[in-house]
Each structure stands twice: as C-alpha cells, then as structure tokens.
Design a binder for this molecule. Sequence first.
Ligand SMILES: Nc1nc2c(ncn2[C@@H]2O[C@H](COP(=O)(O)OP(=O)(O)O)[C@@H](O)[C@H]2O)c(=O)[nH]1
Ligand SMILES: [Mg+2]
Length: 236
Amino acid sequence: MKTISIIIPTFNESENIVKLIRQILKIKSVSIQEVIVVDDDSPDKTGYIVKKVFHQNDRVVCYVRKGEPDLGKSILMGIEHARGDVVVGMDGDFNHDVRIIPTLIDVLSSADLVVASRFVTGGGMQKKTRYWISYFFNLVLKNLFRFPIIDNTSGYYAVSAKKLHSLDLKSIYHGYGEYCLRLLFYAKQMGFHIKTVPVYYTARSYGVSKSHFFRMVYTYTYTAILLNLTSKTKVQ
Ligand SMILES: Nc1nc2c(ncn2[C@@H]2O[C@H](COP(=O)(O)OP(=O)(O)O)[C@@H](O)[C@H]2O)c(=O)[nH]1
Ligand SMILES: [Mg+2]
C-alpha cells in the first residue's frame, strides 16, 4: 500500500487543527504515514499546541516557521520533509472534507495528480457567493488561459511524490493560493495525467479566512497571464 504524507499549512487554526488531525488519523482504509503541519508562528500558538498535543505520536510532525509568513513556502517546507509515496495538500480549517482522502488516493492509482474539485458533479461549496465567483474565475482560467481542469484554485490534492519532485518546486510554492495555479499549469506542461474528484467545501468551523478577495483576484489573474506569456515565449 502506498504511504501518504498529508501537509497542512496553518495560520491561527488553534481551534480547528487538533480535531482535524484526529479525524485524519482515524482513517484506516489508506496508509497515512504522517501529518505534517507547517505553522507560520501563529499568534494563537497553533504550532505549539500541535507539538504539545501530539508529542507522543510519531505520525504527527509540526514545524514552526519564523519570519515573514508565506503560505506557499510553508507547503514547500512540508514537501521537503515528506517521506510518503504520495503527498496530499489540504487546508487546516475543515473547508476540505477529510472523508474524501481515500477517494483521492484510489483515483491516484490511475493518475499522477488528483484534484478535489468543487465544480464537477457532486461537488460544491457552502458559501454560495464565493462558489459562483470562483466558478466564473475558473471558467476564465480554463478557457482563456489554458489551465488543465475546472478547479485550478482548489488547494486540495493528492500527487505522486516522485512526479511532484520532477517539478521546479521553488518556483511553484511561494506566495498565497496562486501556487496552485503554478502547480497545475506546470503539471500540465510536463504531461502529468491529472484527474478530479468531487468535493463539497463546508464553511470553516472556527476562526477567520486569511484570503483577501481583491488581492486574490489581482494576484491570480497576474499569475495566470504571466504563466501564459512565459510558456508562449518558451514554445517560440
Ligand atoms: N503557514 C501558513 N498557513 C496559512 C497562511 N495563510 C493561510 N494559511 C492556512 O492555509 C489554509 C487556507 O487558508 P484560509 O484562510 O482557510 O483560506 P480560504 O480557505 O481561501 O478562506 C488554512 O489552513 C490556513 O490556516 C500563511 O500565511 N502561512
Ligand atoms: Mg480555508
């Protein structure tokens, strides 16, 4: 059975993370080798709480980054420490339904990268306004900017560790959620076999979202344009 490393970046998730890790560790149908939490030195002490609660559990590892918070670099740090055959990336706030982890792994047996998608049959999002904005944005990404699937901003995925390491990870994993656009764009460019499975995003259980709407639209659009321009230059 393939071993799995689950990577969860956190910032102020003290009320969610312990419960979330406990739910993940209960999954028995797939082999979860480790849950790696990378915390950006959260003021609410998320990282220290994880270390304290799970200090006797060698399947739970927590790194606390110091300095400038960076979601993408946090995930990269997790990837660099991951030892599993498969890497799963997910949020630490219950947006991403833990119960579909076995499905992601199952579908990965015939793919290189499996993305949990809100915009396929069976998928969705509790927050309706955000759902429609994300859907429209993703239509543009797919049809205008040549992105491979219909949910390129998901952030919940399973990928073969070997394939993942064939990509230039430092150029992908930095900044905020736009790392996801770079991951999918380069995965397509490198000929990854990409599949999707439906997911329903529930609203976060506690705490507040770190996403800033206008900043995200600007950064994601800029990233999509840049990826298209640089890839066209490469082809010429
Ligand atoms: N390490 C780290 N994690 C972050 C940062 N910003 C957000 N996160 C985490 O990334 C995940 C997604 O962030 P969230 O605020 O839920 O964004 P949303 O799902 O788009 O509303 C959550 O687990 C957050 O705790 C950051 O700067 N550093
Ligand atoms: Mg979230």
